[in-house]
Write a protein that binds this ligand. Sequence first.
Ligand SMILES: [Zn+2]
Length: 251
Amino acid sequence: MAEGDTILRAARRIDAALAGETVATTAPNPRGRAAGVERLDGRRLERVESHGKNLLLHCGDLVLHSHMGMNGSWHVYPRGGRWRKPRRAAWAVLAGDTQEAVQFGGPTLRLISAARLPRDPQLARLGPDILAPEPNLDAIVGALRADPSRGLGDALLDQTLVAGIGNIFKSEACFAARLDPWRPLADLSDDDLRAVLEAARAQMLEAVASGRHTYAVYRGRRPCPSCGGRIASRGQGDANRTTYWCPDCQL
Ligand SMILES: [Zn+2]
């Protein structure tokens, strides 16, 4: 699953390659044609932004909304260059003067009118973006407290409370803050919640800068880097997403 850091990197990469250019737009795969992607042909791509795990490409009064989910991706290539996936698999191709952005797969690719964007049901329910330039962490702490019985790790994945954190950074941020992801929110102080949010943000911004993910506990393949003990793992929340943690270091 692409998390907020991957989406922010994609947004910056596509923006750097194509923003301000008129894009020749095609949809080799029927899924892209069904989404109406070709309506963007000949339009100017003004800017590309991310919000949590969502990517928004602004083209005048139309916005292309992409959510990559578990298997979607955006690639940027020199125009006419070789791709790493077959052409027929591409849902959207936006070609500028010298480069092209290509989208493959994922649960969501659709056009929204720019006027309706602020009221779009799917986007309006998102919480503040953890990777926004200056996220209001106090507001996020307040939102996390909506259900005091909920476990910390489960709440961090809820995109309506805070957007952008996925399964990797859920586990890694709880480890960095030395907080047990199973503790109910009622049991945690505002300072605890702020610490785990700051850890997630710092780790994700580092991943944006480096393009790499380094794991302390995620996947649990190595012993705890702090105590050498075994990393525990168990499915958490309604979606049963696996949480990794050190039972000795995270209290
Ligand atoms: Zn440990």
